[in-house]
Design a protein around this ligand. Structure first.
Ligand code: ADP
Ligand code: C5P
Ligand code: MG
Length: 219
């Protein structure tokens, strides 16, 4: 009787271990570029054509800002309007939970496009602290776009986006943050040979042709 009980438990443990071994470590592509470079637009197209989940750090923060009872709503709202980068403890928690939820739902969905992250040194250190060894960063997909084009696209988007930061005043601050805090992160990855650059000033379809060439090559 006790022997049979042990044998049942041991089978369950073995099958759990087997399932865990099948679960892949998340494979991550960081998607970076100036505000309005087209990160979200291209990520949507990637998801339509490849087996990736798109997680936009900005979208996750806006959802948290809107969530009733969130203790961070006010802070997020003021950081976004000022184009500042929210402390990583908040953002990394949202990203980690979103990745875990997706992989719990479908363990085959282990490829992630993490859009708009890491945006500064604090973001990068937070990722390394929390995710080191738990996810593989394959490369950074960098949408290289002239600042003037970025501004025009955001102002155009602002006509209908309802975003609190698609206006000239916030945009000036967002561009400063991009140049001062995000570009150095891209440069760090560049030194590691981990940046794949696409000229994002072109039409949506032309940009996507460049993206496809990279993803098909990288596997
Ligand atoms: P990001 O996520 O980098 O801020 P989005 O993908 O939201 O940028 O694009 C910003 C705005 O520019 C949107 O209104 C989008 O429709 C538009 N857009 C995106 N890519 C292009 C492109 N290649 N050419 C022209 N407009 C674009
Ligand atoms: O990427 P997106 O343009 O949606 O980001 C909007 C804003 O969200 C940023 O300007 C910033 O205030 C905030 N954000 C952040 N940390 C990130 C990504 C976005 O604080 N990693
Ligand atoms: Mg976006």
């Amino acid at each position: 009787m006790i022997g049979r009980l042990f044998s049942n438990v041991s089978h369950k443990v073995q099958s759990l271990l087997y399932r865990a071994s099948l679960m892949m470590k998340p494979q991550v592509v960081f998607v970076l570029g100036g505000p309005g470079a087209g990160k979200g637009t291209q990520c949507t197209k990637i998801v339509e054509n490849y087996s990736y989940t798109h997680l936009s750090a900005g979208d996750l923060l806006r959802a948290e800002r809107a969530r009733e009872g969130s203790q961070f709503g006010q802070l997020i709202a003021s950081y976004i309007k000022d184009g500042k980068i929210v402390p990583v403890e908040i953002t990394i928690d949202l990203l980690r939970k979103a990745m875990e939820e997706m992989m719990k739902k479908d363990e085959k969905m282990f490829r992630f496009l993490i859009d708009g992250f890491p945006r500064n040194e604090d973001n990068l250190q937070g990722w390394n602290r929390v995710m080191d060894g738990k996810a593989d960063v394959k490369f950074v997909l960098f949408f290289d776009c002239a600042i003037e084009v970025c501004i025009d696209r955001c102002l155009e988007r602002g006509k209908s986006s309802g975003r609190t930061d698609d206006n000239r005043e916030s945009l000036e601050k967002r561009i400063q943050t991009y140049l001062q805090s995000t570009r150095p992160i891209i440069e760090q990855y560049e030194k590691l040979g981990k940046v794949r650059t696409v000229d994002a000033s072109r039409s949506v379809d032309e940009v996507f042709a460049g993206v496809k060439a990279i993803l098909d090559r990288e596997g």
